[in-house]
Design a protein around this ligand. Structure first.
Ligand code: PLP
Length: 359
């Protein structure tokens, strides 16, 4: 069996075509079962006793996160998602409140930065919104921010950002770097970034359960009170187990093999959708990610297109409102984000359906 076939066989069959992994992937039987079994175990032996029994499996999950971020000495904390992880870091921050981000920064992250009193300035980019490495040095040297917050792969675009380069530049200028890997983790190689903190969500490319996230960080970036809330506050242990199982499956599949297949999927998706009348694929065909952004023809509303694709064709995609990246998006778009198991037939079905609902 190929990686794609194994991935597909490991989970319940999709009711239609699911090309929405950047929003929420499909969980495996093993991940679903881990959370379910834990709930049963809680009922049998008591919630706190069951949590003790789950500790080794959760440690394995944390070890997987350290391996996948290449942060061997990092403290790893389970959160409820990426936004929660960022909130933990920002509320713990004791330095000056200035930060630099890409113009394509995720809208809710910008809101969190503003909420925590950060003054945000923009990192230089090219026409694709990709970090401009030539201009970066000057920007960081002239008016250095206290913190760089860098989203390695956006929610609104499949353009892969040079995380390793920003990390080198930050290190050279002594600026701490926080990386939002909500879309990058278990999708791109995040094992050699060299950031001070990396966070992600379980439900996206890792294909774990919803309602969970992870933070790998230098310990001094998390305040005692924030840590106490995370480690002793109320939490859904079963979901942490589900995530740990999904991480184990990802490691077993081989992160390199998954990344290579996702690059192939991105190129196949952009090729299959290149000729759908009126729609424009934003990313270069060979952009090394599995996220494809489609800009609609004039007068076509991608929100209703998404709804009709579900209702009339059982195809799940994402509607991208401009709030996702308010400083970069000028109009709404449609996002296509298949996982490793997408087939040529799925992509043809999608192209035909898109043509049908656009007419
Ligand atoms: C989804 C997403 C988030 C938020 O993740 P949650 O787990 O929903 O909090 C943050 N940043 C990016 C780039 C995302 O795609």
């Amino acid at each position: 069996m190929t990686l794609a076939e194994r991935w597909r066989a490991a989970r319940p069959p999709a009711a239609g075509v699911h090309v929405d992994s950047a929003a929420c992937s499909r969980q495996s039987f093993a991940s679903i079962d881990a959370a379910t079994q834990h709930a049963r175990h809680e009922a049998e032996v008591g919630g706190y006793v069951a949590a003790e029994a789950a500790a080794p499996a959760l440690d394995a999950g944390r070890a997987a996160i350290r391996a996948l971020t290449g942060m061997e000495d990092a403290e790893v904390l389970f959160t409820t998602g990426s936004s929660h992880a960022l909130d933990v870091l920002l509320s713990s921050w004791s330095g000056e409140r200035t930060a630099a981000c890409l113009p394509g920064e995720y809208g809710p992250n910008l809101m969190a930065l503003a909420h925590h009193g950060f003054d945000v300035r923009e990192l230089p980019v090219d026409g694709f919104g990709r970090l401009d490495l030539d201009a970066l040095g000057t920007v960081l040297a002239t008016d250095p921010p206290a913190l760089v917050h860098f989203t390695v792969l956006g929610s609104h675009s499949g353009i892969v950002q040079p995380a390793h380069d920003i990390a080198s530049a930050c290190r050279a200028h002594g600026i701490p770097l926080i990386v939002d890997a909500a879309q990058g983790f278990a999708h791109l190689d995040c094992s050699a970034i060299g950031a001070d903190a990396v966070y992600s969500s379980s439900r996206k490319w890792t294909a774990g359960p919803r309602g969970v996230g992870m933070l790998a960080t230098r310990s001094d970036l998390v305040s005692d009170v924030a840590r106490l809330r995370l480690t002793h506050g109320e939490t859904n242990v079963g979901l942490h187990l589900g995530l740990s199982v999904a991480l184990g499956e990802h490691l077993a599949a081989g992160p390199d093999a998954v990344q290579a297949r996702l690059r192939e999927v991105g190129a196949a998706t952009r090729t299959a959708l290149a000729d759908v009348a009126g729609w424009r694929v934003w990313e270069p065909v060979e952009e090394p990610s599995a996220i494809t952004t489609l800009h609609p023809p004039d007068g076509v509303d991608p929100m209703s297109v998404r709804a009709r694709l579900i209702a009339e064709h059982s195809i799940v995609t994402t509607y991208l409102a401009t709030e996702r990246a308010p400083k970069e998006m000028t109009r709404p778009a449609l996002r296509i984000s298949p996982h490793v198991d997408v087939t040529d037939t799925d992509l043809e079905t999608l192209a035909d359906a898109l043509t049908a609902v656009t007419r």
